[in-house]
Design a protein around this ligand. Structure first.
Ligand code: ZN
Length: 242
């Protein structure tokens, strides 16, 4: 099976549409949370995802949008947009977000927005955090998001250490026999200094991972944000990939 693995769409419909076209063909979407928040098209993104066979888990912004997370933990701009998102969501899409679990496991693959041990909030940002999660659980491959930075952590059994691998856009990474925590990066709001949408393709038969980046018309999303008066700082940062 070819899985399109995406995370942190953040209601950026233009970026999502681009990725869905660029990633073809695929059999299923695995979405690692934060479908909404920050961006201008929450309903459109949820509805488009549901056009496909989908495994999806909740992220912290999804919880913010359905009232399950205290909005005071979000910074001012994020909180303002979450209030706006709450007003926009249709009852059907609210029900969809409310139905999402925080952790999914499937044949050795784990899906958790933050980390396997703290799926909503922990940032899998460094080797130490990754190490704690490798030691606590027995997953082969865990997909995480939340940091908006594409990166892979590999468990090295012999030395009991964690190695950090940056995405190689020119090479398909073999997965067989390895234990990895893979972050596909963010579709709708990358934060590694590269504004292109970030995602990946998992081939469960070939056991490979392919990291990809896709340029999309950022200014279209920025205009959509202006049209609904979302905060200027959030509009600006899309072009910077920060
Ligand atoms: Zn996010």
């Amino acid at each position: 099976m070819r899985c399109l693995v995406i995370s942190d769409i953040h209601a950026n419909f233009v970026a999502l549409q681009g990725v869905l076209e660029d990633a073809q063909p695929f059999d299923e979407i695995w979405c690692i949370g934060d479908v909404v928040g920050y961006g201008p098209k929450p309903n459109e993104c949820i509805e488009r995802l549901r056009d496909f066979p989908l495994k999806c888990i909740a992220g912290n912004h999804d919880w913010g949008a359905i009232g399950r997370a205290d909005l005071l933990v979000f910074h001012d701009d994020a909180r303002q947009i979450l209030y706006w998102t709450q007003e926009q969501l249709t009852p059907e899409n609210l029900t969809f977000l409310s139905s999402l679990s925080t952790l999914l496991t499937h044949e050795g693959y784990w899906l958790a927005h933050g980390s396997p041990r703290d799926p909503i909030w922990e940032y899998s940002i460094d080797a130490w955090t990754a190490l704690q999660n490798f030691l606590k659980f027995d997953f082969q491959i865990a997909f995480v998001g939340h940091t908006h930075i594409p990166v892979t952590f590999e468990w090295l059994e012999d030395s009991q250490q964690v190695k950090i691998l940056l995405p190689d856009l020119d090479q398909v990474m073999p997965l067989e026999g390895r234990r990895l925590i893979i972050n596909p990066g963010s579709v709708g709001q990358p934060r590694d200094g590269d504004p292109r949408a970030s995602y990946g393709i998992l081939d469960t038969e070939a056991q490979t991972w392919e990291a990809r980046r896709l340029p999309y018309p950022v200014e279209e999303t920025q205009q959509q944000m202006r049209d609904v008066d979302l905060p200027q700082r959030m509009i600006d940062r899309l072009l910077l990939g920060r």
